[in-house]
Design a protein around this ligand. Structure first.
Ligand SMILES: Cc1ncc(COP(=O)(O)O)c(C=O)c1O
Length: 430
């Protein structure tokens, strides 16, 4: 069958929005939202505490604190684990900006570190190389839903007396050696923005098992809860003022997330089994490499980013590959990660220039290569839709079957550049 790009029939005939996706809000969450509206309490509604308790139990953490977004949880975490001006925090560049900028806002210094080319998560050997006497913490990202190599990272942290923050924004429900991610380090940070596995529209949730870290997070962004801390807490004295930030979450979003949390495992199962099948089948073609999941970990398929190996397709550019599969009806995208170490806010310091340039002339070859060759091969399959998954697999098989024609097409047209890199996790290719 010839490629849709060259005039053939599309491989993907089913409509993703109809069979593969689902509405973010259904009858049950609508009813929960209505109950909050009817309660006449649109700020400090008890649903927030109910959700926090449920989330803490689900994750296996002692404390959970809901916030207005994931960025707020990261800002809180950096301060809560004790990062002080001039302290260095080791962090990947293969991530969203909100993993890193909070380090600057605490007047710390982000120290960008390589990721592993197979797992796309922090490379423990490179962490060790970047440790200095000023290193205070390691910021781990379980990117695309795949747990980082936590045993190695925690061993390094222990050896050098460092704090560990986990950015779990893509990894609600992922586990590492029997523990949910977010509970392995000193603090876990989850986004609940509407593209995430657990959705509040906008929202975040911070978790920790450390009483002091919890109290600091309360003091940082929840002034109204400072009075609930024990009188001998070192943070009780800030009741009148807080710490300049107000991170209280909107209860309407939490009403949605609270219902969604009950179904998270079930939804992860649907997404993961189908995501894994797609990846396994397409990987047989040899030109994609899925993210490697560390031993003893269970990933969640928040996003289907894989590496493209152009050498297996006669040097065909990623752009032409995406053009071809997109014409087949595949929802796919380029990757916005892997270039933060070039961002002016880090190189020049921006409003934080008095902290000094963070990354003068830094090159991260593995990270930069990943930024170039990882791409989103499919959207999440939110419903059980084996036929749609089959059609996605067929689309990728068609590329291989028609490779000569596609290479000729590319030669005639010339290689066009890939989309502008926006730094977002999702840059849909159209
Ligand atoms: C890895 C990562 N960290 C942090 C965040 C920030 O979360 P939020 O958008 O809820 O502030 C995101 C959200 O896109 C993310 O993908």
């Amino acid at each position: 069958m010839s490629l849709a790009l060259l005039g053939g029939e599309k491989a993907v005939r089913l409509d993703y929005e109809k069979v593969g996706n689902r509405p973010l809000v259904d009858e049950k969450s609508r009813a929960a939202v209505n109950a909050v509206l009817d309660s006449n309490k649109l700020s400090m509604n008890p649903i927030v505490r109910e959700f926090e308790k449920k989330f803490a139990d689900y994750i296996g953490a002692q404390y959970a604190l809901a916030m207005n977004n994931g960025t707020a949880t990261l800002n809180s975490a950096v301060w809560a684990v004790g990062v002080e001006p001039g302290d260095e925090v080791i962090v990947p560049s293969y991530t969203f900006w909100a993993t890193v900028v909070p380090i600057l806002s605490a007047r710390g210094v982000p120290v960008f570190c390589e990721v592993d080319p197979e797992t796309f998560t922090l490379d423990p050997a490179d962490i060790e190389r970047r440790i200095t006497p000023r290193t205070k913490a390691i910021m781990v990202v379980h990117v695309w839903g795949c747990p980082a190599d936590m045993d190695a990272i925690m061993a390094i942290a222990k050896k050098h007396n460092l704090k560990v923050i986990e950015d779990c924004s893509h990894a609600h429900g992922a586990t590492y050696k029997g523990k949910k991610v977010g509970t392995i380090g000193d603090a876990g940070c989850f986004s609940m923005q509407d593209t995430k596995l657990l959705c509040a529209g906008e929202g975040g949730v911070f978790v920790t098992n450390d009483r002091d870290v919890y109290e600091r997070a309360v003091a940082y962004g929840h002034y109204e809860r400072i009075r609930e801390l024990p009188p001998d807490s070192p943070y009780s004295k800030y009741t009148l003022t807080g710490m300049a930030y107000k991170y209280r979450v909107h209860p309407l979003g939490i009403a949605v997330a609270n219902v969604e949390l009950d179904r998270l495992d079930e939804r992860n199962e649907i997404r993961d089994s189908q995501g894994k099948r797609l990846e396994d089948e397409v990987a047989k073609l040899g030109f994609i490499r899925p993210q490697k999941v560390p031993e003893g970990a269970r990933r969640v398929y928040a996003y289907h980013y894989v590496r493209y190996d152009a050498s297996k397709l006669g040097g065909l550019s990623l752009n032409t590959l995406l053009k071809a599969v997109s014409a087949e009806g595949v929802l796919c995208g380029t990757c916005g990660y892997g270039r933060l170490h070039y961002a002016p806010i880090f190189v020049e310091g921006g409003p934080y220039h008095d902290c000094g340039p963070a990354v003068p002339d830094l090159r991260l070859p593995v990270t930069e290569a990943l930024g170039e060759d990882t791409f989103m091969m499919a959207p999440r399959f939110e419903n059980i839709c084996p036929e749609l998954v089959n059609q996605y697999i067929e689309a990728y098989y068609k590329v291989l079957e028609n490779l000569d024609a596609l290479i000729t097409y590319e030669k005639e047209l010339g290689v066009t550049t890939t989309q502008e890199n926006t730094g977002r996790s999702i840059n849909l290719f159209r």
